[in-house]
Structures are given as C-alpha cells and as structure tokens.
Design a protein around this ligand. Sequence first.
Ligand SMILES: Nc1ncnc2c1ncn2[C@@H]1O[C@H](COP(=O)(O)OP(=O)(O)OP(=O)(O)O)[C@@H](O)[C@H]1O
Ligand SMILES: Nc1ncnc2c1ncn2[C@@H]1O[C@H](COP(=O)(O)OP(=O)(O)OP(=O)(O)O)[C@@H](O)[C@H]1O
Ligand SMILES: [Mg+2]
Ligand SMILES: [Mg+2]
Lengths: 263, 263
Amino acid sequence: AVRIIAVMNQKGGVGKTTTVANLGVGLTRLGQRVLLMDLDAQAHLTASLGLEELPPHAATSFDVLAGQASLLQAAIPLPGSGSGPGSGTLRLVPGTLALSGADVVFAARIGRELLLRKALADATAAEFDCILLDCPPNLGVLTLNALCAAREVLVPVQAEYLALQSLAELMRTMDAVREHLNPGLTLCGVVLTRFSRTKTLNREVAATLREHFPDRLFEARIRENVALAEAPGFGQDIFRYRPGSAGAQDYLQLAKELLRKEA
Amino acid sequence: AVRIIAVMNQKGGVGKTTTVANLGVGLTRLGQRVLLMDLDAQAHLTASLGLEELPPHAATSFDVLAGQASLLQAAIPLPGSGSGPGSGTLRLVPGTLALSGADVVFAARIGRELLLRKALADATAAEFDCILLDCPPNLGVLTLNALCAAREVLVPVQAEYLALQSLAELMRTMDAVREHLNPGLTLCGVVLTRFSRTKTLNREVAATLREHFPDRLFEARIRENVALAEAPGFGQDIFRYRPGSAGAQDYLQLAKELLRKEA
Ligand SMILES: Nc1ncnc2c1ncn2[C@@H]1O[C@H](COP(=O)(O)OP(=O)(O)OP(=O)(O)O)[C@@H](O)[C@H]1O
Ligand SMILES: Nc1ncnc2c1ncn2[C@@H]1O[C@H](COP(=O)(O)OP(=O)(O)OP(=O)(O)O)[C@@H](O)[C@H]1O
Ligand SMILES: [Mg+2]
Ligand SMILES: [Mg+2]
C-alpha cells in the first residue's frame, strides 16, 4: 500500500516545509516514487521547489480537496530529483492562497475532515510509494484532513522550550482523530530540527523528548545548517543546492531511517 | 490615546511571542503601563510569562472577544516588571486553547472582525499607555480582529528567504483591512529577529528589507541569543532571566525606538 505521512506540528517555524521538501527528495534518491502535497496557504513548499509562478489554470490542493480536480490531474512532475538508474520520481500538488479560507469554506460540509482521504483514495500503489503532506501551523480543517488521510504522522520539533509546549496538545489531537475518524493513525516519529549539539537548551530538550518518546525519536537529527535556509531562495532542494552539506547528509539519513521503519 | 499595536506575521516561528513578551516588559522598564493580549490558541505568551496554570474560572481573551468578560476583568497583573520608581506596570489577558475554534465559532457573527475593537474600547488612557497583541501564525479571524483593533502593526521577520516570501501577502492583507475596516491602520515597522551578522543570508535578506521598507525597518535588530529561547522555560521575560544578555539589550533598544516613533 502507499505510505501516507502527515508532516505536522501546530507550532510555527519548526521545519515542517523544509522536512517535506528535503525528505521527499531524499526518498526519491533512494528509488521511491514520491508525491508531495502543499496544504499551507503560504504555499512555501511550492515556492521552495521552484514553482513560484504556477501555469494558469493549474490545479491546486484546494481544487483536490473541493473535488474539482483529481490528485493525478493536480500532481506536477518535478525535474529529475535523481537521474541515475534506480532513482525515483517526484511530483507535487501545489498550495495556494485559497487554502486560507478552508476552515470557513468547508465548515458546513458533511465529512469536512475526510475530503483529502477521499481524494487520495485514487492514489494507487501503481504510481506512488510514499505521499508526504505539508501542514500549516495550526490544528484547523486542513491539518485534520491530513490526519484523517494519513496512516502515519511525522512531527518535526525544534529543540526549544516553546516547541515542546505544543506537543501535549498535538498528541491529544491525534488521540481524538484516532478515536473518531482514523483508528489506524500512528505516530511514525519525532524528528529534531535546527539542532546544535553545542547549545545546552537543544541537548536538554532532546533528552526530555527521548524520555517522552523513547521509541519514537528518530536517530537522525537535522542539524542547524544555513544551506537549508538558503536553498528555498533558489527554488531547489538541498541535494541540488548543496549536495555535500550537513543538511543533505541529515535528510538522506532521515530518509533511510524512515524506510527502515516501514509501517 | 492608548497605543494599540498588533504584533503579527502569518509565517510561523519568526519571534512574535518572544517580541510581545520582551518588548512589553522593556516598555514597562521605561515607565509605560502595558497590557499584553495573547490571541494564540497555543497560549505561548501566557506560558512564557509564567502563567501556565490559570486560576479556575479565569477569564481569557476568548471570553473578552465573545463579550463574556471585560478587558479589565480578564487582565492579570504580572509581578514587578520593574520595581524602582518610575517603572510601569504589566498586565496580561491570557490565551486559551478555546481560541483554536474562533474561525468557525465567530464565522457567522455580524462584525466578526470587530469584536476586539469593541472590547478594547473600554481600555482608557487612564489605565494603559500601550497594548500589544500577540497573533497566531495565520490570517484568520483572530489576526483580523487584531488588525481592526490596532492603529499600528509591528512585524517581526526572521531574515531568511521563506519569511520574506510571506511579506507580500501580509501587506495585501493590511491594505484590505485599511480599505474596508480600519482606515487608520499604519505599519509601525518591521523588526529583524534571530539575526546573526555573520550569516550572509541574514545580511542579504536585511538588505532586501531595507530596500522594500526604507523608512520602516527598525534600527534595533534582535540578535540570535539562546537566552531568549531559554527564558520561557522558566516563565520569565529576558530582563528577569538574564538582564545582561544581548536579548535584554536588544529588546530595550527596540522599546526605546518604539517610544521615539510615537504614532
Ligand atoms: N535545519 C535547518 N537549518 C537551518 N535553517 C533551517 C533548518 N530547517 C529549517 N530552516 C529554516 O527555518 C525556517 C523555518 O522552517 P520552515 O519554514 O520549514 O518551518 P515550518 O514549520 O514549515 O514553518 P510554518 O509553521 O510557517 O509552516 C525557514 O526559514 C527554513 O529555511
Ligand atoms: N532572538 C532570538 N534568539 C534565539 N531564539 C529566539 C529568538 N527569538 C525567538 N526565539 C525562539 O525561537 C522560537 C520561535 O519564536 P516564537 O515562538 O516567539 O515565534 P512565533 O512567531 O511567536 O511562533 P508561532 O508562529 O508559533 O506563534 C522560540 O523557541 C523562541 O524561544
Ligand atoms: Mg511550512
Ligand atoms: Mg507565537
């Protein structure tokens, strides 16, 4: 079956978009056929991968949710994320500003949390191995759709106090979704982002996370690496922008570990 | 008149909450009577200032918006932010998880964007000199309420590419609010946060901001300073946690510059 992973954390700026873009490309480098979906009205995943200006009438994730376009119509192939033999493929369903109205637009729809699950139902294993969903920094209807469509949740966490604060509420939300809407939802893992081993705060928060999530904290940690913050400005993933960087190494490690943790 | 400033940026994790907490206390150190309002469902401002557990039946910013509690009933005095002669006072209207439902709860209310303006109307100059509003990382109904209640907007920006991306949409939103709901709304300024002079990316983005906002970029820049990320873990502002730190110096500079820019 296709692996569907929601990359979410309602805390802002913890590296959700950076993780979806670079973990996604890392997985194609390991031969996976990957679909990325931008569910954030800021459309930063779309901009990060070089699609700042969409072709006119291009379908977006809003259209897919609203049932106006199929997943396959909206998925845009991205240039060779790896052109050697055995490398995978990468496609993106772009985000759009129109997503900012989703909470109100879909509020009265019956099954408003299940729109994405229905849309992803036609993503068969013939086309994709893995789908990554980039969520906005809140627990609104778009994130709930991702939690209902996915079987696994990947949570990027910046090792600082405020990001730690949000985790309890995140887990409660997952519990509620599992109880009412998606019984199979599991926590794939928590991954530390913007990590500096020299910062005491980062080490202390990492130790706290290891206690709370003993078997769910990824070994791979994404180190603070300015190349990861520069790459989106060139519309490139880290592997194209700076293949030898710490960011490229770390995200490849994360991709490998994710494949080992096959659900 | 009371200065009402919305501290907002829909980009997540750029330092909104850190700015409201520490600029707020900085202003009291300069003798101002300050009210802070936590409009984020994460309630990080509330936790950062040591109020993780609210007394039972405490009124929150949700109650104030819903018209169930007055501003003065909900405002909690915070321990001496400066106890010498001439130091000001600090009060906080706490956030609550209930805010996460605001978009749907208030969607059908007539004048849903104007609830906060009404609630702040009874904040007279007899009590406060300055009110700072901490907004969530989106352009939903809570941020719109802040933009309608405020006369000025302060925009924290992390000097990285993705944070720059969001500014165009932020300005468009301000224009729309000014045109339809709050003609007096002005941009007080843009302040750089988590700034490292040694990072080329930070210097380049700062140069771009200076071009786009020639007379609106604060001189004061908030440097990357781990003490600012540690302080919330102790429920303290930066002045109490580490008075000699770069963070304390920078936020005091910002407070002084803000008072010079009196609207
Ligand atoms: N490991 C890293 N090293 C350096 N910079 C990073 C790293 N990860 C992310 N960044 C930068 O940090 C900022 C926040 O990351 P990103 O935008 O991916 O977070 P997010 O959780 O998607 O934010 P939002 O909540 O706004 O959607 C961006 O400017 C990004 O380029
Ligand atoms: N100048 C700074 N130096 C070091 N750390 C900082 C600085 N400013 C903020 N931080 C840390 O960066 C993280 C993000 O800051 P903060 O939570 O204030 O941003 P925000 O914009 O309010 O986020 P959200 O969008 O989730 O509301 C926090 O962990 C905070 O402690
Ligand atoms: Mg993002
Ligand atoms: Mg905040």
